[in-house]
Design a protein around this ligand. Structure first.
Ligand SMILES: O=C(O)CCC(=O)C(=O)O
Ligand SMILES: [Fe+2]
Length: 212
């Protein structure tokens, strides 16, 4: 009964179970300033709720603990990562990586190669303010593309160090955003916790080699 209700609720947003990528020519760019930009395409993937269900079941999700300020804490989301060119857990994700690589080839100058997956189980799960700066994003312009599945959660962006305007995008159900230019070093992003009752969301982040 509960499964049926979940299915019906999913179908309110997503009329089909056929998992299919649309064209990327509807991408719209927002210039954030300081050389950073954000491309967005709502509903790039149809059948996103069906893909959510398959990934939730089949991906070997891992819970992590991290040491912060001498305390060890649970990372508030589940994770999975796929290295350079690794076979992804669903063919639609391989197709997404290829389509993004093709679309951005001239501007990015290299393909998207890796995929990181996050599962936000409910409103307690989150990712704190950060830039993807462990790798080359600390020094170079690059791109991080994020495909969102399941229930929408807000992705928020602000200039590094806080202050300035906050840009907010509710992302779920097959929406695509691409953070580009200097975004990883001059801006920060986060998925804040929320006290609203929200369903689970999966994000798939595609990055070029060496960007983390
Ligand atoms: O879930 C998202 O949309 C963002 C995840 C993120 O920023 C990251 O994993 O670096
Ligand atoms: Fe990030």
């Amino acid at each position: 009964m509960e499964g049926m209700a979940a299915h019906l609720q999913g179908s309110l947003f997503d009329q089909t179970d056929e998992i299919r990528l649309g064209p990327l020519d509807g991408l719209g760019r927002t210039l954030l300033g300081a050389g950073a930009w954000l491309d967005a395409l709502p509903g790039w993937l149809t059948g996103a709720d069906a893909l959510f269900g398959e990934l939730e079941r089949c991906v070997p999700w891992r819970a992590e603990r991290r040491t912060m300020y001498e305390r060890t804490v649970d990372v508030p989301r589940l994770l999975a990562s796929y290295g350079d060119g690794a076979r992804l857990p669903h063919p639609a994700l391989g197709a997404a990586r290829e389509a993004l690589s093709r679309h951005y080839a001239a501007e990015l100058g290299e393909p998207f190669t890796t995929a990181g997956l996050c599962l936000y189980r409910d409103g307690h799960d989150s990712v704190a303010w950060h830039g993807d700066r462990i790798g080359r994003g600390a020094r170079e312009d690059t791109m991080v593309a994020v495909l969102s599945l399941g229930a929408p959660r807000d992705l928020v962006l602000r200039p590094s160090g806080g202050g300035g305007p906050v840009v907010r995008r509710a992302l779920g159900h097959g929406d695509l955003v691409v953070m580009g230019g200097s975004c990883q070093r001059t801006w920060e992003h986060a998925v804040p916790k929320t006290s609203r009752a929200v369903g689970p969301r999966i994000s798939v982040q595609f990055r070029p080699h060496g960007v983390r």
